[in-house]
Design a protein around this ligand. Structure first.
Ligand code: UDP
Length: 461
């Protein structure tokens, strides 16, 4: 299986996109490939800390273009305000010239990669790869269902006519077991006239003609969606489900897992002191979501009213809680996997970013869904209505009107102690078992990864 072939990885500059792609890079390096990761200056330290012990992973740094509307040094989506997103996306397109120069240099020293694995948001890499006759694999940092829904709406041009927030939506060629409406779609498709939307619509088109697609999901979870997505790409394009990537650490030593040592932090100490298994709710909205201060106040009251202890990751640097309480508020980057694996954790109030969904599922923790943007509404509906591994925060609305403390309290109580919460916990534990089986020897993701490795090795021979 070992090969000395060279693979070039190009992650998109957002935490939720970069982390799983680095996990894949580690796995492929572990299988004997030489790996180069392409990135921009201010992302290098995060990436270096992830890949530090691996000698056959190299970093190649290219300059991030300076554009209007973006302060110097802003190179990661996680640091941006809503107004800065469009200049940021536009800037990433300007990396194309340097990307091609990098390939030219590699070619000159006869070290051209046998394939490029790049994020779906860097769709233009597909065009460059064609010039150099290198196959490109698309990496999506999301589940297969949202990929298929978006692809279908764009390919069939039906995104131009998606109806109201209440009427059921038909998505050609994609099946799912719940009613989808415009309100569940990613903003890129809802706000179809905006320039930011154009960026995402272009990415969908660029992707077509890629050699294949790599998904951080597993077949048992999304079998029908995989078949739909493959037929939407056409030309026998393969969708390789090789996830959950985070779980490989148990068999491949790729990443520090939840069984790792206690982080020496106040929050780990606090969690270790909690008595009673599954008594604490973990609250986090990922690396990008920002709630208004009024909403944060309401959430603080809601958590208090629920009577459950909580550990809550707050991104705002200015907001202070309106009440003293039974929870712990943390303002630093935490080891989410470690927290979710802790025996004291009984539920996760989450924005439903795909990595958070996979991490929760893998640890058998049911979710109280509070989606905010991107494909999070779709994820939330899927996990609540089809997978039944969570509940929805009551009275959520797409206009992001304030969700009351009473609604939050009701949701937390039901998840942590109600009958529906109990069923969701049973279901998520079973899904977690399936996920773990899929990455073990002989499991579906493990086999897919082997096949992918063989195919890449084939290109080079
Ligand atoms: N994460 C973390 N610590 C934090 C916040 C987030 O480890 O304090 C990780 C989390 O475990 C997940 C990723 O960051 O792997 C967030 O990705 P997700 O897709 O859930 O949401 P996004 O941030 O992309 O909206």
């Amino acid at each position: 299986m070992a090969s000395n072939s060279h693979i070039l990885f190009f992650p998109f500059m957002a935490q939720g996109h970069t982390i799983p792609l680095l996990d894949l890079a580690k796995l492929l390096s572990h299988r004997g490939f030489k790996v180069t990761i392409l990135t921009t200056p201010s992302n290098t330290s995060t990436i270096s800390s992830y890949i530090s012990q691996l000698s056959n992973i190299h970093l190649k740094v290219i300059a991030f273009p300076q554009v209007q509307g973006l302060p110097v040094g802003y190179e990661n989506m996680s640091q941006l305000s809503h107004d800065q997103l469009l200049p940021f996306f536009t800037a990433t397109k300007q990396l194309q010239q340097q990307f091609e120069k990098t390939l030219e240099e590699m070619s000159r020293v006869q070290d051209l990669p046998v394939c490029v694995i790049s994020d779906t948001f860097l769709g233009w890499t597909n065009t460059s790869c064609r010039v150099f006759r290198i196959p490109r694999l698309v990496f999506h940092g999301m589940g297969v269902l949202p990929m298929a829904v978006k692809k279908s709406l764009v390919i069939h041009q039906t995104y131009k006519e998606v109806g109201t927030d209440t009427e059921p939506l038909v998505v050609k060629g994609v099946q799912f077991g719940f009613t989808l409406t415009r309100a569940d779609l990613p903003n890129s498709i809802r706000e179809r006239e905006s320039s930011a939307s154009q960026f995402f619509l272009d990415s969908e088109i660029y992707d077509i003609g890629s050699w294949g697609v790599i998904a951080n999901s597993f077949v048992e979870l999304e079998k029908d969606h995989v078949a739909s997505l493959e037929s939407l790409y056409g030309n026998n394009t393969r969708v390789w489900c090789v996830g959950p990537l985070l779980l490989y650490d148990q068999i491949e030593g790729a990443r520090n897992g939840p069984n790792g040592p206690n982080p020496s932090t106040k929050w780990a100490e606090w969690l270790n002191q909690q008595v009673g298994g599954q008594s604490v709710i973990y609250v986090s909205f990922g690396s990008q979501s920002n709630l208004s201060e009024t909403q944060l106040d309401e959430l603080a009251y809601g958590l208090e009213l629920s009577g459950h202890n909580y550990i809550w990751i707050v991104r705002s640097k200015t907001w202070n809680p309106p009440c003293d309480g039974r929870g712990l508020i943390v303002r630093e980057w935490v080891d989410q996997r470690w927290i979710l694996a802790h025996e004291a954790i009984g539920g996760f109030l989450s924005h439903c970013g795909w990595n958070s969904v996979l991490e929760s599922l893998s640890e058998g923790v049911p979710i109280l869904a509070w989606p905010m943007f991107a494909e999070q509404h779709l994820n939330a509906k899927y996990l609540v209505e089809e997978l039944k591994m969570g509940l929805q925060v009551p009275n959520l609305n797409r206009a992001m009107k304030i969700v009351s403390r009473e609604a939050i309290c009701e949701g937390v109580k039901e998840l942590m102690g109600g009958e529906k919460g109990f069923k969701a916990r049973e279901n998520v534990v079973e899904l977690g078992r399936m996920a773990k089986r899929s990455v073990q020897v002989g499991g579906s993701s493990y086999n897919n990864l082997n096949e992918l490795v063989n195919q890449i090795s084939h290109i080079s021979s």
